[in-house]
Design a protein around this ligand. Structure first.
Ligand SMILES: [Zn+2]
Length: 368
């Protein structure tokens, strides 16, 4: 069929329109890419400057289960890698999470036809999510030793070597608590701001547990947090903040700045101090633990307007499977864990009596 002049003219116009439109789409896409990267990384792209941790507790559980199961299989799975692949699919928003998505991914890996490297090759944001999620979860799963009841000697204990979750729930076992996702809620003491942590309501005096091993970086009074403890993970990526601790007897008396704590140690006691410039004031109405996790990719972020605090609600829910049983020492009035625990990462630091902390050496106080 021969097109008449008018017909050809229409086709030429359509082709031009398509070219213009598609170049606009490509340009918009490039702009979108650039702005997405600008929101993720600092200007020189040296470090991550923003993380929104929106992994659901269900996704955490699912990935964790595959990781642990795979440890005695030939193909080992890493829960953080599984989560990072799915984060690319969901744009980081795990409200889209379905167990079958992870099952399909695991199936591909187990079949040996694909590897994490081959799957992630085509995923633009994989490296970002892997680094961001490793900063959150990197110290929580691995090998550890723990005391367990000895069936051969009733009332006795024996050591066991295990692989699995070595991070603990922040409130001791058998103590009641309540919580909800309050990250980002508005707060007005001092100035109007957002709540950058997770509140867990409970009884005054409830033993507070170190979620992960690390060293005490801050300890004392803070106008907002009251009596508070700040513990840094050994890889320096996480700063754990435990605040509003008990009046008069806020923390384990052996703790000092520089003390090493093992995950699951009793570090302090729930209270309602804070919201005052004068030390030891009980100005919080409802007794609770304020628990926060700050991510640090570069030391310039530690105390700045660029601090990255994450929503810990889902993580805390996930950790509720791992609660620490405690016992009171009637002489000292301190509580301690019933079953001792050795985190090889903490052990490494204990074996070195001094380590570099920022620009100066600090002495380590071994805390037991
Ligand atoms: Zn709070």
């Amino acid at each position: 069929m021969i097109l008449n002049l008018k017909g050809r003219h229409i086709i030429v116009c359509e082709v031009i329109a398509i070219i213009i439109l598609s170049s606009l789409i490509v340009k918009n896409h490039i702009d979108y890419e650039a702005s997405t990267y600008a929101s993720m990384y600092d200007t020189k792209k040296n470090f991550i400057k923003w993380v929104s941790f929106d992994v659901s507790s269900k996704a955490l559980e699912c990935a964790y289960k595959y990781d642990v199961e795979s440890q005695n299989q030939e193909i080992k799975l890493n829960w953080i890698e599984l989560l990072a692949v799915l984060a690319c699919r969901y744009g980081g928003d795990f409200s889209h999470f379905k167990e079958k998505h992870m099952a399909e991914l695991v199936e591909k890996l187990r079949s040996g036809k694909e590897t994490i490297a081959s799957i992630s090759e085509g995923l633009k944001y994989y490296d970002y999510y892997l680094e961001a999620y490793t900063a959150v979860l990197g110290g929580m799963v691995g090998k550890y030793q723990i005391e367990v009841p000895d069936p051969a000697a009733p009332g006795g204990k024996r050591w066991e070597e295990r692989y699995g979750l070595k991070a603990f729930f922040p409130i001791a076992k058998n103590y009641p608590y309540s919580h909800f996702d309050d990250f980002g809620d508005s707060r007005s003491y001092g100035f109007k701001r957002k709540h950058l942590g997770h509140d867990m309501m409970g009884q005054v005096g409830t033993p507070i547990i170190a979620v992960e091993s690390g060293y005490v970086e801050a300890l004392g009074w803070n106008q907002y947090g009251g009596w508070r403890i700040g513990i840094r993970s050994f890889d320096k990526k996480r700063y754990y903040y435990y605040a509003h601790l008990r009046k008069n007897f806020p923390y384990n008396k052996d703790l000092k700045v520089g003390s090493i704590v093992q995950a699951g140690d009793v570090i302090g006691y729930l209270g309602r101090t804070g919201y005052s410039r004068s030390e030891n004031s009980n100005n919080i109405n409802t007794a609770h633990l304020h628990f926060g996790i700050q991510l640090i990719f570069d030391e310039s972020q530690k105390e700045s307007v660029n601090e990255i605090w994450i929503d810990c609600y889902n993580l805390v829910k996930f950790l509720s499977r791992n609660r620490v049983e405690t016992v009171k020492n009637n002489e000292t009035k301190e509580y301690r864990r019933v079953y001792n625990f050795i985190d090889p990462v903490a052990q490494h630091f204990i074996n070195h009596s001094k380590y570099r902390y920022d620009d100066y050496d600090i002495e380590i106080h071994i805390y037991e």
